[in-house]
Write a protein that binds this ligand. Structure first.
Ligand SMILES: Nc1ncnc2c1ncn2[C@@H]1O[C@H](COP(=O)(O)OP(=O)(O)O)[C@@H](O)[C@H]1O
Ligand SMILES: O=C(CO)[C@@H](O)[C@H](O)COP(=O)(O)O
Length: 482
């Protein structure tokens, strides 16, 4: 193993950087590699939209790094990023078209056809779950490739390599080079739809069938393996998907379930065994520590809270106050939050709805409470689906931007029917990437044990009528007009 570069200072002061290139923003934390102590941080926003030129992510990374004081004294770096995003590169490593993101639902029909080609809809779902641990939906990279094959033959002709946001940023940090130098990790590879967490191998045949020809794919690195180094000599960790990074960031262990309310809503568990759910509800992902990360993802989470606050002309604190002033169940109001279509359940063309309006329930407080309850009910359905896959849920953590909301913290246990643990507000995804960087730097068998500040536990009486009401109306939504 290469000796740790210490720049002539005490080895215990080695710094590592963790990057979270998520949907809405790029966040950087710089931490002490040994203790995990936060030294400095930075953030920069990303453009809106479901397709984004990766150069915008690079520009945001540069701004976030500058805000975080740069990398000159940093020994190792790792990048976590939004999963699934499809970046097509040509032979020279040039980006062929803007990346298609996880929340771009245009490939829904194309991927349904792809799945059905494996023996019909039901047999196809079983075949894909067996092959790659997941039934691909519009979010998956393979769905985007199939959509491109149907819609953009020129793009497909130019495409020589396909990679994900964290792969591309890591490759750029390493100074780019040829497409054969691209790397990824198990967690992000498992979101492509053409890599199997159970076998640890690509299914390049499935990719070639979707796209129409074979391409260069990033080498899949082990959790603590190095992806290379920056031109300045800092070690590059393998990087990972943002959900896997969050698990590493909060030090989750088997038996833990994490509910994240970010741009996406996710419910996922650290597990010792892979899953293969033929219904397509649970994605059978890998984690960033050598295990597995069965996951349910919804398209509508923190931004539902953003938009409801805007609708009610309040800020997030105001939304919390309003929501907590209404009773559980919001006087019969149920908010189905499918504002961007939905991934779980698979309803890409759905819109949102508010049901149960009466003269009494039509109040800002009821709308605020119903919006929060609606987001949480979708995630509670996800937790149930995980448990049907045999996942243990001994502790439930709540993280992501939405977990900063007092109302979300207090209402969550009424919906999940169990206490929820909330770590101190922070950038848990970037923290996980930083911990992975420290692991790659140390070259040890296990990641460094960083101290985690105390979690806060929220408990409340379960309100089963809220989920019952939501279940009654959840399918009653209008399709999009466009
Ligand atoms: N106090 C709060 N209450 C509710 N939502 C919040 C609060 N603070 C931030 N958010 C929302 O959380 C989201 C960002 O969460 P984050 O987990 O960082 O998302 P991502 O990783 O997808 O970029 C934004 O939509 C933001 O408006
Ligand atoms: O698609 C998924 C998981 O399968 C999303 O969780 C993305 O990884 C985006 O994450 P955020 O930007 O919401 O953190």
């Amino acid at each position: 193993m290469a000796p740790i570069r210490t720049h002539g200072i005490d080895k215990s002061l080695a710094l590592v950087a963790g990057i979270d290139s998520s949907t809405q923003a790029c966040k950087v934390v710089i931490r002490d590699a040994r203790t995990g102590r936060l030294v400095r941080d930075g953030c920069a926003s990303h453009p809106a939209g479901t397709e984004v030129d990766p150069s915008a992510w690079w520009a945001a990374l540069e701004r976030a790094l500058q805000a975080a004081g740069g990398l000159d004294d940093v020994e190792a770096i790792a990048v976590a990023a939004q999963q699934h995003g499809c970046i097509c590169l040509d032979e020279e490593g040039r980006v062929v078209r803007p990346a298609l993101l996880w929340n771009d639902t245009r490939g829904a029909a194309a991927v349904a056809r792809l799945v059905a080609e494996s023996g019909g809809a039901d047999a196809g779902r079983q075949a894909w779950a067996t092959a790659v641990g997941s039934v691909p939906l519009a979010a998956f990279t393979v769905a985007k490739l199939r959509w491109l094959a149907e819609q953009e033959p020129d793009t497909v002709r130019q495409t020589a390599a396909v990679c994900l946001p964290h792969d591309w940023l890591t490759w750029r940090l390493a100074g780019a080079g040829g497409i054969e130098r691209l790397t990824t990790d198990r967690s992000d590879a498992s979101g492509t739809g053409y890599w199997s967490p159970a076998t640890g191998r690509y299914r390049s045949d499935l990719l070639a069938h979707a796209l129409g020809h074979a391409v260069v794919l990033p080498k899949v690195l082990a959790p603590a393996e190095r992806a290379g180094s920056t031109p300045a000599g800092a070690v590059l960790g393998a990087g990972c998907g943002d959900n896997a990074a969050a698990a590493l960031g909060i030090g989750a262990r088997p038996g833990d379930v994490i509910v994240s309310i970010g741009t996406s809503g996710t419910v996922f568990a650290v597990a010792d065994e892979p899953t293969a759910d033929p219904s397509g509800t649970v994605a059978g992902f890998a984690d960033a520590a050598g295990g597995f990360l069965p996951l349910v993802c919804t398209l509508n989470a923190a931004r539902v809270l953003d938009v409801t606050a805007r609708l009610l002309n309040v800020d997030h604190a105001g939304l919390s106050r309003l929501a907590l002033s209404a009773p559980p169940g919001a006087g019969g109001l149920a908010f189905v939050p499918y504002l961007e279509g939905e991934r779980t359940p698979d309803r890409p063309d759905a819109t949102g709805a508010i049901h149960g309006l009466t003269l009494d329930s039509a109040t800002p407080a009821s709308v605020a409470r119903a919006a929060i309850e609606g987001v949480l009910c979708g995630l509670a359905d996800g937790l149930d689906a995980l448990m049907r896959q045999g996942v243990r849920a001994e502790r439930v953590f709540l993280i992501g931007g939405g977990a900063r909301s007092t109302a979300v913290r207090q209402i969550a246990p009424t919906i999940f029917g169990r206490p929820v643990l909330v770590p101190p507000a922070g950038e848990h995804v970037a923290d996980g990437a930083a911990r992975q960087a420290a692991w790659a730097l140390a070259g040890t068998a296990a990641p460094p044990s960083w101290e985690h500040a105390g979690v806060e536990q929220f408990e409340a009486a379960v309100a089963p009528h809220v989920r019952a009401r939501y279940a009654q109306v959840q399918a009653l939504t209008a399709p999009r007009l466009d």
